[in-house]
Design a protein around this ligand. Structure first.
Ligand SMILES: Cc1cc2nc3c(=O)[nH]c(=O)nc-3n(C[C@H](O)[C@H](O)[C@H](O)COP(=O)(O)OP(=O)(O)OC[C@H]3O[C@@H](n4cnc5c(N)ncnc54)[C@H](O)[C@@H]3O)c2cc1C
Ligand code: FES
Length: 333
């Protein structure tokens, strides 16, 4: 059976098992996308007819689900569908001015933006920054009660957004940002639950928000934060986390360095490995995993095997944009 996607009054045949994103792109139709893994929500589309599976709506708001929104990279149609790009009214954009830029280590910069008046978020969520019709996701490190949005950006040489944000954008410039989204935030449903937070690199950004939010909401259980980097230069906010741990007896902070055998002020080894070494049994724990997608996915599996319930594992893999030419071939018809 031929499956057809109708978009902008034109019909495109797609292969069985092919996503809406891949199918449309194969026919030369441009659809915004970034992670191609169901995380960043850049490929949001709406079905005006046809069935949308729940798996293609993971992480969307109930109102979006009701209106037929889906992630084009996750929707592999099994029957004909008619799809559209999101209505402009459903995709709020905000203007935010850069109010501060600070180098946190040789590759990571902190950018603080003025918080737009109607911008709502929970500490630990992420938002998209837009540029020339493209966007990238960045986690918010600040708390909702602060009057700025804090981002921690790691520069990648030649990276379209990270180089621009870290090297070109100046204090005073205005950026266009999208709404906050993501499930990696503090849930105040059990103030005594032990929390294990593991980050690599700028994965620390959402955790800096989540841990302070948890404490602000009166979390009493233990909170253990492991931050990993290959070398010590890749760590940052060591003093800030140490100060938090000194102030709150239930907080412990563990900087980890994996590729420097001479390291003396941090644990030697990967953050996830160190965390499991310290806490091999995770029954009843809630975990927050942010940063390198390999670490996040491996640790998800290991945490589950160590006894953590899947609903208690909250994760933000920082999946980077996959260039079109690096994608595998579409399946044969
Ligand atoms: C939910 C989510 C939250 C995120 N939060 C943050 C955050 O708080 N801080 C942050 O710095 N980034 C974060 N990212 C990653 C961010 O969205 C961008 O992918 C990153 O800044 C690189 O974008 P770029 O435009 O500079 O690179 P691009 O121009 O898109 O990349 C060009 C190429 O460079 C290489 N590259 C780029 N980034 C990486 C990488 N991380 N690892 C390996 N190779 C890479 C890849 O080959 C890539 O194809 C997050 C991503 C997601 C999905
Ligand atoms: S969620 Fe589809 S491209 Fe990121």
């Amino acid at each position: 059976m031929t499956i057809e996607i109708t978009f902008n009054d034109r019909t495109y045949p797609v292969h069985e098992g092919e996503s809406v994103l891949d199918g449309l792109e194969r026919h030369g139709v441009a659809v915004p996308s970034s992670c191609r893994n169901g995380v960043c929500q850049s490929c949001l589309m709406r079905a005006t007819s046809g069935e949308v599976p729940a798996s293609a709506q993971s992480g969307l708001k109930p109102t979006q689900k009701e209106r037929g929104y889906f992630l084009a990279c996750q929707f592999k149609p099994t029957g004909n569908v008619t799809v559209a790009l999101p209505d402009a009214a459903d995709q709020r954009r905000f203007t935010a001015r850069v109010v501060e830029k600070t180098r946190l280590n040789p590759t990571v910069s902190r950018i603080r933006l003025s918080k737009p008046q109607d911008f709502q978020f929970k500490a630990g969520q992420f938002m998209r920054v837009y540029r020339d019709g493209e966007s990238r996701s960045y986690s918010i490190a600040s708390m909702p009660q602060q009057d700025y949005l804090e981002l921690h950006i790691k520069v990648f040489p030649g990276g379209h957004f990270s180089s621009w944000l870290c090297q070109t954008v100046q204090v005073g410039e205005e950026l266009t940002i999208g709404e906050a989204t993501g499930d990696c935030f503090y849930l105040a449903d059990n103030l005594d639950q032990p929390l294990l937070m593991i980050a690599t690199g700028t994965g620390l950004a959402p955790l800096w928000g989540v841990v302070r939010d948890a404490l602000a909401q009166g979390h009493r259980g233990e909170i253990h934060i492991f931050h990993g980097s290959y070398v010590r230069d890749g760590l940052y906010y060591m003093d800030e986390f140490a100060a938090l741990a000194a102030k709150f007896p239930n907080v412990r902070y563990y900087p980890c360095v994996s590729d420097d055998p001479t390291e003396s002020q941090a644990l030697r080894g990967q953050a996830d490995v160190q965390a499991l070494k310290h806490f091999p049994k995770l029954n009843g724990w809630r975990l927050y995993l942010c940063g390198n997608p390999d670490m996040v996915n491996t640790m998800k599996r290991k945490a589950f095997l160590a006894g953590a319930s899947l609903k208690d594992i909250l994760a933000d893999p920082f999946i980077v944009t996959v260039p079109r030419q690096e994608l595998p071939e579409a399946p044969a018809a």
